[in-house]
Ligand binder design. Structure first.
Ligand code: CMP
Length: 140
């Protein structure tokens, strides 16, 4: 069993898509085991997007991610990391497969509905960044 980290971004919140997006994961047999709505601090974003800190879009990305509160979800399944990324679609909504969340609801490469962990090791670190053990539902 894997658990992955998903962040529903400000464009998702503004378009009132929280329920629709979370339902896609539930419908796919994945289980929501952690959920919170919060604002992201400069410090958390610097850590979360450290691998993009030298990119020209980094400052804009941080500003965008702080435009509204975001929804942070921990989602479990046999192959949660890969399954969630398939449902999310490619980073750029114009390159995402039809019916993926980003193809259906994304605006552009930055405002692309959600963040999803890209590997099991990343998921582990990202889950620790946003949830304590007590906040996660662990019953099978
Ligand atoms: P995410 O999966 O959260 O990982 C990094 C984020 O940076 C990405 O989704 C986009 O929101 C954003 N991003 C990636 N590439 C670009 C780009 N070329 N221009 C602007 N934003 C980008």
């Amino acid at each position: 069993m894997q658990t992955s980290l998903v962040i529903l971004k400000p464009d998702c919140i503004e378009k009132n898509l929280i329920g629709k997006v979370l339902d896609r994961f539930s419908e796919a047999g994945l289980k929501i085991v952690g959920l919170k709505m919060t604002r992201l601090s400069d410090e958390v974003l610097d850590e979360h997007y450290a691998h993009h800190s030298d990119k020209p879009f980094f400052a804009d990305l941080k500003k965008f991610m702080q435009r509204t509160p975001v929804v942070i979800a921990a989602i479990s399944g046999e192959n949660a990391v890969e399954d969630i990324r398939k449902i999310a679609g490619a980073t750029n909504p114009t390159e995402a497969e039809a019916e993926t969340l980003r193809a259906k609801y994304g605006t552009d490469v930055q405002e692309n509905v959600l963040h999803a962990s890209d590997a099991p090791e990343t998921a582990e670190a990202e889950l620790k960044r946003f949830f304590t053990d007590e906040e996660l539902f662990t019953a099978e």
